[in-house]
Design a protein around this ligand. Sequence first.
Ligand SMILES: Cc1cc2nc3c(=O)[nH]c(=O)nc-3n(C[C@H](O)[C@H](O)[C@H](O)COP(=O)(O)OP(=O)(O)OC[C@H]3O[C@@H](n4cnc5c(N)ncnc54)[C@H](O)[C@@H]3O)c2cc1C
Length: 419
Amino acid sequence: MSAADALSEKGIACTIFEREASLGGLAGSFRVGGVYLEKFYHHLFTSDLAMAQLIDRLGLGEKLEWLPTTNSYFVNRIYRLSTPLDLLKFSYISLFDRFRLGLLYIRTMFVKDWRPLESITARDWLVQMAGERVYQAVWEPLLRSKFGRYADQVAAVWIWNKLKLRGSSRGGKQEERLGYLRGGFGQALDAWEALLRKRGVEIRLNSPVERIVIEGGRVSGVVVQGDFIPYDRVFVTTAPEIFSSLTPDLPGEYREQLAKIKYLGNVCLVMQLTRSLSDTYWLNIGDPSIPFTGVIEHTNMQRPEIYGGAHLAYISRYLDPREPFFNLSAEELLEAYLPHLQRIFQGFQKGWVKRVWAWRDPYAQPLISLHYSQLRPPFQTPIRGLWLCCMAQVYPEDRGMNYALIYGRRAVDEMLATA
Ligand SMILES: Cc1cc2nc3c(=O)[nH]c(=O)nc-3n(C[C@H](O)[C@H](O)[C@H](O)COP(=O)(O)OP(=O)(O)OC[C@H]3O[C@@H](n4cnc5c(N)ncnc54)[C@H](O)[C@@H]3O)c2cc1C
C-alpha cells in the first residue's frame, strides 16, 4: 500500500494484488462487536512518526491516542517491570543483578553504532552487558520463547533495537507510552484503501498471484487466476520464500541467498473475556514450561467500553510453522493454554472466556542472525523490472507498520531512480 501510495502520488498507474479478502496482511483486522481489532496485537511507539503522519493525512489524527501501558514478567509469579522503581523491586533476582539489568537498559540507550553488534550474538552481548545470571533468569527464556531453536543465532542488533525502541517510548515519569488508533488500525486501512482507489490504483482482493513471469532476463507480468497480465515492473511485498516459490525462473544463486533468510511463524489466540486477567498490558512469559510467548491484554490499553464492555486479550506464540501446534483450532489452543492461564492469573476460570478466535501466519518474524546486512537482499533483484520490498529487509530496525511505510516509499524511489 505504501508503494502504491508513492507511485500513485506521482501519477504512475499500478495494481495491487492481494491474496486475502482485505488489505493489511499481518496488520489486518477483524471485528469484535462491530469494532475493528487487529488479528495480531498492534500498537505504535512514540518514534513511529511515519505512521502518525499517515494517520493524520487520512484525517484520523484525533483518534490517535498515546496511552500509558504496563509491562510485566511472569516466572514464578507476575512481576511488574514498567518503571525503574519496579525494577528495583524485582525480587526474582538479587539486588546486584537488578542494578546490572537496569544498567543494561541505560547503556543500550547510548549505543549509537549498531555495526559492531552485527558480529556478536544477542546471548553473548547480554551476558557481557548484564552477566550470566541475569541472562539465564530473564533473557534466555524470552529469546528461547520467541525464537525457539534459533535463539542462540539471534544477533545483538535485534535485541539492542528492541530494548532501545521500548525504552525510548516513555513519558516524563519514565512510564511507557504506546500509540493506538481508537476503534482500530483497520479504520486507517479502510481510509487508505479508499484514497488509493480514488487516485486510480486498481486493488484486486482475493487475487493470489500464482506466478511471476520472466522473459529474456526481465519481468513481463504475473499470472493471476490462470490469466497472464502483462506489467513492465513488478514490486513484490511477500516473504522471500513466497517470492521464490512464485518465480521459478529466478537465478539459482539469488534463490539460494533468499533461502538463507529464516522466519518464525506466529499463532495468536484472541480471547473475549467477561473480566480482566490482570492490570498488565504486556506480560512476557519467562517460564519455559508455558507454551506461549506473551499475553497482551488489549483492554488494559484501550477501554473495554469501546468493545461493548468486553475484555480482550491476545495469547501469542512464535513457532516454526511446521510444528503441529501451528494448525490447532482456537478451541484446541484454549484447551492447551487453560492450565497455564490458571497458574498465571489468580482465580482464572474457563467461564470467563466468552469467545475465541485464532489467527496464524507462517511469516511473522524474520530471524535477524549474525552479519544480517550481508544476508539482507537489496530492493532491486537480478531480474530487470522485478523489485522486492518486504519485512526481511527492514534492518537494523525491527519489522513494524512504520517501517513498512518507510521502506515501501524508499524502494519506489530507488526503482524510479533506476528506471
Ligand atoms: C504478532 C505480531 C505482532 C505485531 N505487532 C506489531 C505492532 O505492535 N506494531 C507494528 O507496527 N507492527 C507490528 N507487527 C508487524 C506488522 O504487522 C508488519 O510489520 C507490517 O504489517 C508489515 O508487514 P508486511 O507488509 O511486510 O508483510 P505482510 O503483512 O505479511 O504482507 C504480505 C502480504 O502479501 C500477501 N500475499 C502473500 N502471498 C501472496 C500472493 N501469492 N499473492 C498476493 N498476495 C499475497 C499477504 O496476504 C499479505 O497481505 C506485528 C506482527 C506480528 C506477526
